[in-house]
Write a protein that binds this ligand. Structure first.
Ligand SMILES: Cc1cc2nc3c(=O)[nH]c(=O)nc-3n(C[C@H](O)[C@H](O)[C@H](O)COP(=O)(O)OP(=O)(O)OC[C@H]3O[C@@H](n4cnc5c(N)ncnc54)[C@H](O)[C@@H]3O)c2cc1C
Length: 403
């Protein structure tokens, strides 16, 4: 068992931390109030190799493994507590990896160099108006082969991140549609759908109350013709690719929550050391420093689960050391614990700060708003994590919600 970091990992963490603390941390309020990640930050991230870093070097990425991508996620969470920019990062990192793994060389060459250069958005679209948890049951978007071997897509995706960004920057959303309705979960296929200047697509925007630096909305495809080269991987493999991408993204979500919670705890600790009440620092009261100790342990617990999920994924991809279901279990554990832990940490620190904690002078409120998107939605709700964990613990024959 080896809990240390390699020299390369330490150097990468330091490089991302230096960049993020200097270029991103001072601008969190601007990101949150402006409902936008400024172009110069996106360019800076792309120059640092932080835009879809998991994509292979051939297409402009860093060919980064899951652990390295997770380290960057933690540092971006530490710097951007509203958690909008980390979402932007983690969507590109996890789904860029899946696209690179399964799309044809021709499609990758067309799409990925723009994404890794920060000049194209790469999003994921599985959720529909009928729901997001039960993909097999509620996905109605359809893809039908036309006579010439290409496709026609119909249907609506909703609660999708990056609608405005994809229209502005270009790029694509990996869009899951049913291509064989009789085949159950084996009847899904991913397609690369562009939202920019697409006459067969209408978009909507939804106003969220958190992580407002990245847009959320939907798109409706109406008799949208699409060449077969925009199919991502084999027909019928979409459900499996979606599960693989979710697992990757859940480790990154865990890490962003760990980073943001750690930043909030450090802010709180600084405050309770200098603020006095009844003649002594707040920090001298066990009513304050015991909860601080609890939060410290909770952060480390979530960190351990997160990096274990990342390490297992690297072992699987590099050496075939684990099966996807093993990593899905640890990804779900990290995703179950980390967002709630971050929410509770923000809440606790807000208590220590008193009235200041309720003001916009401190960034804590952005964290409270932002992190709820991670527990409610973003790569599966909390009960879906419990479902995955219970399935592994007890057995799918007992826990399958369809039975
Ligand atoms: C800010 C934001 C951004 C998002 N971005 C994207 C995106 O980019 N791409 C994308 O595809 N989706 C995106 N989503 C959607 C997200 O994936 C879904 O919200 C999530 O999968 C849950 O689906 P739902 O909201 O339809 O809830 P539902 O599936 O309707 O579930 C409602 C609630 O019931 C729980 N539940 C469901 N089934 C069970 C059960 N059997 N037992 C117990 N509890 C159950 C769920 O956990 C949830 O709490 C985003 C969501 C948010 C909030």
């Amino acid at each position: 068992m080896q809990f240390g970091w390699t020299e390369e990992e330490q150097m990468w963490r330091k490089a991302v931390r230096d960049f993020a603390q200097k270029k991103i941390a001072p601008r969190v309020r601007e990101i949150d109030s402006g409902h936008n990640i400024p172009d110069d930050i996106i360019k800076g991230m792309a120059d640092m190799g932080l835009w879809a870093p998991t994509v292979s070097e051939k297409y402009g990425g860093q060919g980064m493994n899951v652990t390295m991508a997770t380290i960057a996620a933690e540092e971006l969470g530490r710097a951007e507590i509203s958690l909008a920019l980390p979402v932007m990062y983690l969507v590109q990192a996890s789904w860029g990896f899946i696209l690179d793994r399964y799309a044809s060389a021709e499609l990758k060459q067309e799409l990925l160099p723009k994404v890794t250069a920060g000049k194209g958005f790469l999003g994921i679209a599985t959720t529909e108006p009928g729901g997001g948890s039960d993909i097999e049951g509620v996905t109605h978007c359809r893809g039908e082969r036309s006579a010439d071997g290409n496709w026609v897509l119909n249907g609506e995706k909703l609660y999708i991140s990056g609608i405005k960004e994809a229209q502005r920057m270009g790029g694509i959303h990996m869009t899951l549609v049913r291509t064989d309705p009789a085949a159950g979960h084996k009847g899904f296929t991913f397609f690369a759908v562009s939202l920019k200047d697409n006459p067969h697509v209408t978009t909507t925007l939804i106003e969220n109350w958190g992580r407002t630096g990245i847009s959320t909305g939907g798109f409706n495809m109406e008799n949208m013709p699409l060449a077969d080269r925009y199919r991502i991987g084999e027909e019928g493999r979409g459900f499996y690719q979606a599960m693989e991408g979710f697992t990757f993204a859940r480790a990154l979500i865990g890490a962003t929550c760990v980073g943001a919670a750690d930043a909030a705890l450090q802010m709180g600790v600084e405050y309770i050391k200098q603020r006095t009440s009844f003649g002594k620092p707040l920090a001298a009261n066990q009513g304050i420093n015991f909860p601080a100790a609890e939060r410290f342990v909770d952060i480390e617990t979530a960190r351990l689960l997160t990096y274990k999920a990342a390490w297992m994924a690297d072992e699987m991809y590099a050496n075939g050391g684990f099966k996807h279901k093993d990593i899905a279990l640890y990804g779900a554990m990290a995703k179950l614990r980390a967002p709630i832990m971050a929410f509770e940490t923000f809440n606790e620190v807000a208590n220590w700060l008193g009235a200041m904690g309720y003001s916009k002078e401190y960034p804590i409120e952005m964290g409270i708003r932002g992190v709820r998107s991670y527990s409610i939605g973003a790569e599966g709700g909390m009960n879906i994590m419990r479902m995955i964990i219970a399935r592994e613990l007890i057995g799918g024959e007992y826990t399958n919600p369809r039975q």
